[in-house]
Design a protein around this ligand. Structure first.
Ligand code: ASP
Length: 327
């Protein structure tokens, strides 16, 4: 009798495994929500929409729909994904903020190293430091003395504590030893709208958002945050060339699923991401925005986990030293 029960349980378990893996093979059978923790139209959103489009082609029949959940430097949207049902129908595309939030927030609603399944890295993108068109100075060399004399008058936009623009602003203010008034937005799409409208003075943001406005001469580009100049903006000096130290910031984007998402689903998403990053249309669109997809060896769960851990270890001491935190 006992043996019969055990055999029945084994058959049931085997059946469940088979049906879970069969479900995973058919995945997705309904639209997948891809949460972007910033406003629509910004750089993270732009990367996510390109990836969602390419993933839909890579996994036939799949429909990836971007959902913008901005606020609190991206932490609201990330927290929602951390608590979502781990069935593959809620995913996250986020940036470097996944590694800066743990040091910046005293009460974080998620743990980047425990609450997620990793899908893979997507791209790395430089940031440009911009001033509004009518700003009184037009180079970084002139900007620093100007800010020291006029700090109280100048505003610096960002996408909230924990965002890339916030991190860039922190590094900038620390490099020039001057505090500016910071203005938080739900993402840098609304921030750049206000920079273009002249309501804020300065913004540091990814080229994925700024390139078109730099090329159109609608903003003043003062520097780039990477150690080397960018081919597409050869004339723009690095911040290090202008004498600002501590800058080596590239904003990286990556894809995650909630912890517990079945492995066959994760495997399918990894395959879809890898194929998407080879899509010629995506490569071209990324190139126009001053970025490129990572190589296939980085678009893996293992590479993302390793890279995220290294970034947390890199940024936490920098942020702690700056003495900045949020509740
Ligand atoms: N670029 C933004 C940041 O500063 C976020 C965004 O809107 O994508 O983090």
């Amino acid at each position: 009798m006992r043996q019969a029960k055990l055999a029945a349980a084994a058959i049931l378990a085997a059946g469940l495994i088979v049906s879970a893996s069969a479900q995973a093979q058919q995945y997705p059978t309904r639209p997948v929500s891809v949460v972007v923790p910033f406003a629509a139209g910004g750089p993270t959103d732009t990367v996510a929409r390109n990836i969602a489009d390419a993933m839909g082609k890579a996994l036939p029949g799949a429909n990836f729909i971007v959902e913008n959940l901005g606020g609190a430097g991206g932490t609201i949207g990330v927290g929602k994904v951390a608590r979502a049902t781990p069935d593959g129908y809620t995913l996250l595309i986020h940036h470097i903020g996944m590694s800066t939030a743990p040091a910046l927030y005293r009460k974080l609603q998620f743990d980047p190293l425990k609450d997620f399944e990793y899908i893979g890295l997507i791209n790395e993108v430089p940031m440009t430091f911009l001033a509004k068109e009518g700003f009184p100075v037009g180079t970084m060399k002139e900007l620093v003395p100007y800010l020291k004399a006029n700090a109280a008058k100048v505003s610096l936009a960002n996408a909230g504590i924990g965002s890339a623009s916030h991190l860039c602003g922190l590094l900038f203010m620390s490099a020039i030893q001057t505090e500016l008034t910071t203005v938080p937005y739900k993402g840098t799409a609304p921030a750049i709208t206000d920079l273009l409208g002249g309501q804020v003075d300065l913004l540091c943001d990814q080229t994925t958002n700024t390139m078109q406005h730099i090329k159109a001469g609608k903003v003043k580009a003062l520097g780039i945050t990477t150690p080397k100049r960018l081919d597409m903006l050869k004339e723009l000096p690095t911040l290090a060339e202008s004498g600002l130290t501590g800058f080596n910031v590239s904003v990286w984007h990556a894809m995650y699923a909630p912890k517990g998402t079945p492995k066959p689903v994760v495997d399918r998403l990894v395959a879809g991401l890898q194929q998407s990053l080879k899509n010629p249309d995506l490569i071209k669109r990324f190139a126009d925005l001053g970025t490129e997809p990572v190589s296939a060896d980085k678009a893996t769960p293992e590479a993302l986990q390793k890279f995220l851990t290294a970034e947390i270890n890199k940024w936490s001491p920098v942020i702690k030293k700056a003495g900045i935190y949020a509740d």
